[in-house]
Structure formats: structure tokens, C-alpha cells
Design a protein around this ligand. Structure first.
Ligand SMILES: [Zn+2]
Length: 218
């Protein structure tokens, strides 16, 4: 896709992050890789009111062009694109159940096989750091090692994907898993799947489904 098409696609994803219950108002942000840089949603504007020409173009040094400031979390997006060549899109959200679990500084263990949709046996929670800082980006990159998603302590979640749709649908899945885990914890201690059971699921996910973007919809 060219820049014009990516601006339009990013606008749709930013709006969907609101309609699918991940974000409210200006919280959260979305980006998509473009050539040697990336396009990211602007700072402080409501995600469901954005227009394609308001998306901010950034290079990998963190320089932006245009009059609008990029999202304050641009470092997380930039650092993920630098470290993970397979990633084409990043979704950061303050989705309610992910935020709740993140405030307990608790990741999601293997309570359900769909946890493997994030690439491993669990979904980690990144250490706490102030929003917008390099320290927060470093913590997120560490928690994302070998994974497509993580929680962020006292903050929210990040999901990545090989396309805008893949990153968004994984963020929706993570939010749902957080809600399911929370509900299970309300009535007892969930029985966790063991390493062998999770490895079997991850092996199946490699071959399951119709999608060609590398992520699964089991
Ligand atoms: Zn945030």
C-alpha cells in the first residue's frame, strides 16, 4: 500500500480501536510501518474523530513531519519496528480488563489455550515506567520478547502484528482473555495448562486457519 492508502487504513483501525471497546477518547495509539519509517496517530486527539491527513509520519530517529505532534508513546512504536522486522503494525490500548490486570502487575498465565495467540505460554506484564519515556519502551520491548502482545504495569497493553488487522484483532483477543481470566479468578483458582499442552497448541496454531498474515483465529 502507498502512503495515502496506509493513512486511510490507519484511520479505520484507530476508529475501530474505539468501536471495538479498546480505547476511549484520545487514550491509546496505533501505527503502521511505512518504508523506512512509520505512520502514527497524533497526540491528544480522539481516536474516533481522526482523519487520514492527521496521521503523523515519523522516521526511525524519532523525527516527525507535519504540524501535529505524534502520540506521546511514539518511542514504543519506533523501538518495536527497529527490533522486530516482521512487525508491520502496533496497537497500544487502555482497554478496561487489561488495565485492571496490569494494575495488579500480573500477566496472563496459560489458563486458556488462546493465550498462545500472543506467541507463547503466557502474556507477560511489562515493568512500570512513566508514560512516554524511553524506560517504558525498554520495559515493553523486554516483555514482548518472543511474543506478539504484553500488558504494561498500571497502564494497559500493546499488541503487534503483520498487518493493522492482525494487531487490532490480537489486542481485542488480549482484552477478552483478561476479562475471562478475571472472571475465572472470581470463582476459584483457574487450572493452568501445562507446558506440554501449550506447546501442542502453539504447534497447531502454526498450521491452523485461513489467514496469511501469520496470526491465527482459532
Ligand atoms: Zn498509554
Amino acid at each position: 500500500m502507498n502512503e495515502r492508502e496506509l493513512r486511510a487504513a490507519l484511520t479505520v483501525t484507530a476508529r475501530q480501536s474505539v468501536s471495538q471497546g479498546l480505547n476511549t477518547g484520545a487514550s491509546g495509539n496505533v501505527s503502521v510501518r511505512l518504508g523506512e519509517g512509520f505512520l502514527i496517530t497524533p497526540s491528544g486527539l480522539a481516536n474516533d474523530m481522526l482523519e487520514p491527513d492527521q496521521m503523523v509520519l515519523m522516521d526511525m530517529e524519532g523525527q516527525s513531519s507535519g504540524s501535529l505532534k505524534p502520540s506521546s508513546e511514539w518511542r514504543i512504536h519506533r523501538d518495536i519496528y527497529r527490533a522486530r522486522p516482521e512487525v508491520q503494525s502496533v496497537v497500544h490500548a487502555h482497554s478496561p480488563h487489561a488495565v485492571s490486570l496490569s494494575c495488579l502487575r500480573r500477566g496472563i498465565p496459560s489458563f486458556h489455550y488462546m493465550v498462545a495467540a500472543a506467541g507463547g505460554k503466557d502474556i507477560r506484564c511489562a515493568a512500570y515506567a512513566t508514560f512516554g519515556t524511553q524506560a517504558l519502551s525498554d520495559a515493553v520491548l523486554t516483555a514482548l520478547q518472543g511474543r506478539h502482545a504484553c500488558l504494561m504495569a498500571n497502564h494497559g497493553q500493546v499488541a503487534v502484528g503483520a498487518s493493522l488487522d492482525a494487531a487490532l484483532s490480537l489486542a481485542v483477543e488480549v482484552e477478552e482473555l483478561c476479562a475471562q481470566y478475571w472472571r475465572a479468578k472470581l470463582i476459584g483458582e483457574p487450572v493452568l495448562l501445562n507446558d506440554m499442552e501449550m506447546e501442542e497448541v502453539m504447534e497447531r496454531f502454526k498450521h491452523y486457519g485461513q489467514r496469511r498474515d501469520g496470526q491465527q483465529d482459532a
